[in-house]
Design a binder for this molecule. Structure first.
Ligand SMILES: [Ca+2]
Length: 308
């Protein structure tokens, strides 16, 4: 499988990340740590095909459970009269997506450590895939990548967009599009949160509801479940998706399977996190960050089309 390395300039995003609680993202975070595996990005090897297909769920070769989102239309974006929404979420559109699979949870530290031990912590666009100072995955001198004890099932954080994409390709999947992420999170009916409306604390791992700052094991909040069974779409860590970010894309995007491939620096980040407020946890909320940025509050999940 060949991969394309985008030579992008890293700059501050054009969108007001702070409004969505993503101010912790830092542009161009080049990790200041010693590396012995300064490899050029090369062929990506997958751990194997998805196995054990069973109805609307299957298990990937990396152990991730995937849930199925059926073909059909859904309401994407926010109504003009929604006081919580931003202009970038409007106009609300009926968008049709072909059926696809999406990871039930965010990719975990345990999964990402396997990937790093296979591929190394490579650079793309001058930035390492993972910034250990913002992650619970680290590597001692001459040792293998390992996980801070107790954090094996927490979502990986501190990864660049490139590091997220590389993992999904390695695992035989891909990053979801922005539209796929939103449909997986809220279903077809335009609901505010994955579970419906109202009451955020105790429903999802979001600030200021969490007493201990930081991530939680994936799937710790059964109430943070979408109509398709995708978990932690409102909270835990926010998530990179495939699309480049544009403020005004909703009025122009096509009705079927939209995917914005136009851009050079800023990618879409979706969902709330342990450091985000209720507004950012809405399924329609749009965040963004430069592709080489890393954060303790941003991770990712992958997707898969039947035709992939
Ligand atoms: Ca999440």
């Amino acid at each position: 499988m060949s991969r394309v390395v985008k030579a992008t300039a890293i700059r501050r995003p054009t969108f007001a990340m702070a409004a969505l609680g993503l101010s912790v993202l830092v542009a161009g975070c080049v990790p200041a740590f010693r590396e012995g595996d300064d490899l050029e990005p090369g062929p990506v090897t997958a751990p194997g095909p998805a196995v054990d297909p069973e109805g609307d769920r299957q298990v990937g070769g990396d152990g991730m459970v995937l849930v199925f989102v059926p073909d059909g239309p859904f309401l994407m974006g926010s109504r003009d009269d929604d006081p919580q929404s931003s202009l970038a979420e409007r106009p609300q559109r009926e968008i049709h997506l072909d059926g696809y699979w999406i990871d039930q949870t965010e990719v975990t530290n345990a999964m990402y450590a396997v990937f790093l031990n296979d591929m190394g912590n490579q650079r793309e666009a001058g930035v390492r895939w993972l910034t250990p100072s913002k992650a619970r995955v680290h590597r001692p001198l001459l040792g293998a990548w390992r996980i801070s004890p107790g954090f094996e099932r927490h979502p990986v954080s501190g990864v660049t967009w490139f590091g997220a994409r590389a993992y999904c390709e390695w695992s035989g999947r891909r990053l979801p599009t922005e539209a796929e992420w939103e449909k997986a999170a809220r279903g077809t009916d335009g609901r505010t949160y994955p579970w419906g409306e109202g009451v955020l604390c105790d429903m999802a791992h979001v600030e200021p509801c969490v007493s201990a700052r930081g991530t939680a094991p994936v799937g710790s909040y059964p109430s943070d479940a979408s109509p398709y069974g995708a978990l932690d779409m409102a909270g835990n860590v926010a998530e990179w998706v495939a699309d480049w970010y544009l403020d005004d894309i909703y009025a122009e995007m096509p009705d079927r399977n939209p995917r914005n491939e136009v851009g050079s620096a800023v990618k879409v980040v979706r969902g709330g996190s342990w450091s985000d407020d209720a507004r950012a946890a809405r399924a329609a909320a749009r965040g963004s960050a430069v592709v080489g940025a890393t954060s303790t509050a941003v991770g990712f999940r992958c997707a898969l089309s039947p035709s992939d």
